[in-house]
Design a protein around this ligand. Structure first.
Ligand code: ADP
Length: 181
């Protein structure tokens, strides 16, 4: 599924983000940038130790990455040149600022991408795995945050969601259809 927001294509596909041929992929990281399970583990495995080495340098310099923020490293052995690590909120029932923090992940990742001259970026569904964010709600927040950003900023050719399973893909598809874009 695909739509266009200003000059940027917004694309939803099913797949494994580690295989995407884009300038940058986003990672659903943790605050310590330590590499964990889920998509984080898959990215570190596929990209090799160069990614963890840069994460470790960022940790030494600034302690890690707070929830809602993003940092950039090499893509190591990945087809993508860069990884943008962003830390989604852990779901605590919805009244702990989760929605704003999740929107911030997408905004900050896109801001870093534009700053680095990145033209194509792929996102996984941040926070909806181990962090427990209900995917239907997360999809609406993610797509709205991206739409708002793209309405205000030029420079990106494509933003691609690479969704790992049918249920997640379906949730993003429904959210995009409901947005009427
Ligand atoms: P979080 O801790 O932010 O919840 P997870 O990695 O647990 O992050 O899950 C986020 C989403 O990433 C889930 O929908 C999960 O199915 C998906 N995912 C896991 N591996 C991959 C992959 N290789 N490519 C794309 N998405 C993936």
């Amino acid at each position: 599924m695909m739509t266009k927001i200003n000059q940027t294509s917004l694309v939803l596909i099913r797949g494994d983000i580690t295989r995407e041929q884009v300038d940058a992929i986003a990672n659903a990281a943790n605050e310590r940038l330590m590499g964990g399970g889920g998509v984080d583990g898959a990215i570190h495995r596929a990209g090799g130790p160069a990614i963890a080495a840069e994460c470790s340098a960022i940790r030494a310099k600034q302690g890690g990455c707070p929830t809602g923020q993003a940092v950039i490293t090499t893509g190591g052995n990945l087809p993508a040149k860069h990884v943008i690590h962003t830390v989604g909120p852990i779901w605590r029932g919805g009244t702990a600022g989760e929605a704003e923090l999740l929107a911030s992940c997408y905004r900050e990742s896109l801001r870093l991408a534009v700053e680095h001259g990145i033209k194509t970026i792929a996102f996984p569904s941040i926070s909806t795995g181990v962090y427990g964010y209900p995917v239907a709600q997360a999809a609406v927040i993610a797509l709205n945050a991206i739409r708002q950003f793209l309405k205000a900023h030029d420079g990106l050719d494509e933003v691609r969601f690479v969704l790992f399973d049918d249920a997640t893909y379906g949730a993003y598809e429904n959210a995009l259809l409901d947005m009427g874009v």
